[in-house]
Design a protein around this ligand. Sequence first.
Ligand code: SF4
Ligand code: F3S
Length: 113
Amino acid sequence: MTYIVTDACVKCKFMDCVEVCPVDCFYEGENFLAINPDECIDCGVCEPECPVDAIKPDTEDDADGKWLKINADYAKAWPNITVKGTPPADRAEFERETGKFEKYFDPAPGKGA
Ligand code: SF4
Ligand code: F3S
């Protein structure tokens, strides 16, 4: 089992999660973060840190394992992030929107930190 980042993170990207992870397994995309499922030790510490509840145990993934695959794939492609940066200025506009991955997801890597 692992924890996964899900749709609510897209374009919100608060990054509160990265500073509490004891194994530093968050990876940064341009407008989303991914957890590396091979590194996550399933401690659950990050879950309550996310202001928009984007982090879930993989037992709450879609039936087809969509989010686990997204996290696994992009964690391999993106740089590690352990320090919270500046969240997007317009994040409040997207906090309650759903289906954001399909509409806005950017596969480009973030800067990492
Ligand atoms: Fe890191 Fe624990 Fe969250 Fe996994 S569950 S990403 S180990 S803080
Ligand atoms: Fe995303 Fe929440 Fe972390 S919005 S960057 S999962 S604190």
